[in-house]
Design a protein around this ligand. Structure first.
Ligand SMILES: Cc1cc2nc3c(=O)[nH]c(=O)nc-3n(C[C@H](O)[C@H](O)[C@H](O)COP(=O)(O)O)c2cc1C
Length: 369
């Protein structure tokens, strides 16, 4: 049925489709529905505590007996100076005044530990079939523990150099994340993340280069939202695809109403890469905060400190029914998104991809006659 069986066989799934782990959005119900359809459902545990991660994985295990993917962050710790943090608070203080908040009250930096020993203990307890990392990988000791627990390891690369780096450290699968992708860029090599964004490749250019450079199976991610995109990615040599934005409008996703409205209205050119929400470049629908402070602000402190500084603004605005300060994460393909239950969407994606391949083989036969 599928032209390439490497990912399917390695992960024990029926279809080479992965629903992106999306911290805060990918609920256990969403992941279970995708698993139920024969694809790989994922949950994003990057920003949660080991206790919450354990509870969430237990819930997901209760909803499906199929293979699951649990995702973590392996970012370098923020080292923003207190001067940078104060400057960012000063930059945002006019908005606090406008919305009636206190910028100093929001000053406690957000602490977001990267994947560590306690979280690794959760992985060892539940042994998800797949563990994926964003922003590189944990150190060799932790990685060995994850692999010894029997988990297949995946991580995202935004360049060929990052793909080679990941392969050399033993990942089982590389996710080639093209420029179109929604949410955070996975970028982890290079001295200056913000500058690196100018030279990032789109999925169409990145995937075949990564496929040529590594021996492990490659998953294409970024801007894929229907069977045409999946078929195209497989034709480029990918062994599978990872779709995030396409699942954001599913009823099972935890996408808030204001975010759903923005996605429904969003045009293909409505997204940009911005660092104003978290300090790391990420793709989101343009709103007032991005327009007036970004999209890329050199003054934004390192990940994830800006999140803590602007979170109260977001809450104040949302209480007034406004998404002016909400990170409206979205990839470039959001207008292709369909609003339907996740299992039905996944099945539709499979059918559409098969139609593309049938059309192609009919054309090939016609040409041969
Ligand atoms: C709302 C949202 C949240 C995301 N959160 C995560 C995350 O927690 N971990 C992760 O590895 N990738 C995350 N991503 C990125 C995806 O893994 C993937 O690269 C992306 O969804 C692919 O592009 P697409 O959104 O155009 O399909 C997120 C993407 C979106 C849209």
């Amino acid at each position: 049925m599928w032209p390439n069986h490497r990912l399917i066989d390695l992960l024990g799934i029926e279809h080479p489709i992965v629903q992106s782990p999306m911290a805060g959005f990918s609920t256990v119900e969403l992941a279970a529905a995708v698993c139920d359809a024969g694809a790989l459902g994922s949950i994003g545990c990057g920003p949660v505590s080991p206790e919450i991660a354990a509870r969430t994985i237990r819930q997901l295990r209760g909803l499906t007996s199929k293979p699951i993917n649990v995702n973590f962050f392996s970012h370098a710790s923020a080292d923003a100076t207190s001067g940078q943090q104060q400057a960012w608070r000063d930059r945002l203080s006019p908005y606090y005044r406008e919305l009636g908040g206190d910028p100093q009250a929001s000053s406690s930096p957000t602490v977001l530990p990267a994947f560590g020993d306690d979280m690794c203990g959760v992985v060892e307890q539940f042994r998800p079939e797949v563990v994926s990392f964003h922003f590189g990988l944990p150190g060799p000791r932790l990685l060995t523990r994850v692999k010894s627990a029997g988990c297949r390891v995946m991580s995202s690369a935004t360049t060929v150099e990052e793909a080679l780096w990941l392969e050399a450290r033993g990942v089982d699968v590389i996710i080639a994340q093209g420029y179109e992708a929604g949410g955070h860029r996975a970028t982890f090599l290079g001295p200056d993340l913000n500058r690196a964004m100018a030279s990032q490749s789109g999925t169409m250019a990145l995937v075949p280069q990564v496929v040529d450079a590594v021996r492990v199976p490659v998953i294409a991610a970024g801007g894929i939202a229907d069977g045409r995109g999946i078929a195209a990615a497989l034709m480029l040599g990918a062994a599978g695809t990872q779709l995030g934005t396409a699942y954001l409008l599913c009823p099972e996703a935890a996408t808030p109403p204001l975010h759903r409205d923005a996605l429904r209205r969003g045009a293909a050119n409505a997204t940009v890469l911005t660092n104003v929400f978290t300090g790391r470049p990420a793709r989101a629908l343009v709103n007032r905060f991005i327009r007036e402070v970004g999209p890329m602000a050199n003054a934004a402190p390192a990940f994830p400190i800006p999140l803590g500084v602007s979170a109260p603004l977001r809450i104040l605005a949302e209480q007034r029914g406004s998404a002016d300060f909400t990170p409206l994460w979205s990839g470039q393909a959001s207008p292709i998104g369909r609003e339907m239950p996740a299992k039905a969407l996944t099945t539709r994606l499979v059918t559409e991809t098969m139609q593309q391949f049938r059309r192609l083989s009919a054309t090939t036969e016609e040409l041969a006659v």
